[in-house]
Write a protein of this length. Structure first.
Ligand code: NAD
Ligand code: ZN
Length: 367
């Protein structure tokens, strides 16, 4: 039985940018035949990284070519350093050397780095060509493949340059997750828990019921889990395509999490920092009387199952984290914006958290 599921992303007001996400555990043949109907024999390009190319990308390119498509392939070195201005330039030059034109498509096959870089290159090449996302990490499948945010980093700031460029279609084959190391799965799991906390508490129950032995219990459940997460993300994005309101709830755990990433010089994996940030946001919600301690404890227990931290590492001080909390650059009072919980599945954004509550929450989350 095919496990193919579909999620429609509806982008008001005109719906002209609507697209579909396909999720399943063996959907590459579907991806190939649909990409063929989108792109026909027009010259197009797969972008991947050297590691993904070796384990999945080269075979996928062969499948596309085998279907009669006219596919070129470019790959960048694996890792965040490829999400740079220089690398974007190299990719754009490759696109030019392959004679891609305005009818061509770019198919990004990889994690969030390839997705963000590929989306960016597609959005500026000849003022924008079609982009398709084939995410291969858990983080990319539940988060970065949807929503149309593209980016490259500058040496001084992550994601500093980018565009909004919605993909034409997304194909998330959960078999890709079989080759991911546990550390990368745990990193993505922080975002999975985030979706459960902010919007769909059934995600938390699914994890609680199936992960008493950690990640092992999830092997048959990936399509269901990824689908539930993507439904949350698509709904939130559909309500706020350009990130001016509702979409900010996706930043649950990312306020204190971002500060910790800065304090650790981005050495700490993003998921670990977000885990700490979610635990801190729960403690703040608790101290404001919004939730009771059982909610925070439930989140903490789940984070624990994937060895995700809830407290500050010993070498990071509360003062340093306070100093690095991101402030709203657009507002003149430069307040700190928090995403807090009223209940599991019910998040809201506020910039009215007294400093003493922040300090108290950070202190509680110190080893
Ligand atoms: P990544 O793309 O660097 O992938 C991590 C590593 O996993 C890489 O070494 C890659 O080669 C390897 N890999 C990828 N797929 C694999 C597979 N199936 N099997 C084995 N190894 C595999 O990192 P990531 O964690 O996927 O994404 C992080 C990036 O995503 C960051 O740059 C972040 O800013 C961005 N991001 C973007 C959005 C958005 O909305 N656009 C949202 C969240 C994160
Ligand atoms: Zn994140």
């Amino acid at each position: 039985m095919s496990s193919l599921r579909r999620i429609s992303v509806h982008l008001p007001p005109t719906g002209a940018l609507d697209y579909t996400i396909a999720v399943g555990s063996d959907i590459l043949d579907t991806a190939v035949s649909e990409l063929k109907s989108f792109l026909g024999t027009r010259r197009s390009m797969v972008l991947t990284d050297d590691h993904v190319h070796e384990i999945w990308g080269a075979a996928f390119v062969e499948k596309l070519r085998g279907s009669g498509m006219n596919i070129e392939c470019a790959s960048v070195p694996q890792g965040e350093r490829s999400k740079s201005w220089e690398c974007a330039q190299t990719v754009l030059a490759k696109m030019m050397s392959f004679s891609l034109n305005r009818d061509s498509g770019l198919i990004a096959v990889g994690g969030g780095v390839v997705g963000d870089l590929g989306g960016f290159a597609a959005s500026v090449y000849m003022r924008g060509i079609s982009c398709f996302q084939v995410p291969t990490t858990l983080l990319a499948q539940v988060d970065s493949c949807v929503g149309g945010k593209t980016a490259v980093d500058l040496p001084t700031a992550k994601n500093a340059v980018g565009t909004f460029h919605q993909p034409k279609a997304v194909y998330a084959d959960t078999r890709f997750l079989n080759t991911l190391p546990d550390s990368a799965l745990a990193n993505g799991m922080a975002e999975v828990i985030k979706y459960g906390a902010i919007r769909d508490a059934s995600i938390l129950a699914l994890l609680e019921d199936n992960t008493s032995k950690g990640l092992e219990g999830l092997s048959d459940l990936w399509p269901e889990l990824v689908t539930r997460c993507l439904r949350v993300k698509s709904d939130v994005v559909a309500a706020d395509e350009f990130d001016r309101g509702e979409r900010m709830i996706l930043n649950f755990g990312h306020t204190a999490g971002h500060a910790l990433e800065v304090v650790t010089g981005f050495e700490m994996p993003h998921g670990e920092a977000v885990a700490f940030g979610m635990s801190t946001a729960c403690r703040i919600s608790e101290s404001l009387g919004l939730i009771d301690s059982s909610v925070s404890e439930r989140i903490d227990r789940l984070l624990d199952r994937f060895h995700l931290p809830q407290s500050l590492p010993e070498d990071a001080s509360i003062e340093a984290v306070l100093e690095c909390l991101p402030r709203d650059k657009k507002a003149s009072d430069r307040k700190i914006r928090w995403v807090l919980l009223r209940d599991l599945g019910d998040a809201f954004v506020t910039d009215e958290v007294p400093r003493d509550r922040i300090v108290a929450a950070l202190k509680r989350n110190t080893t």
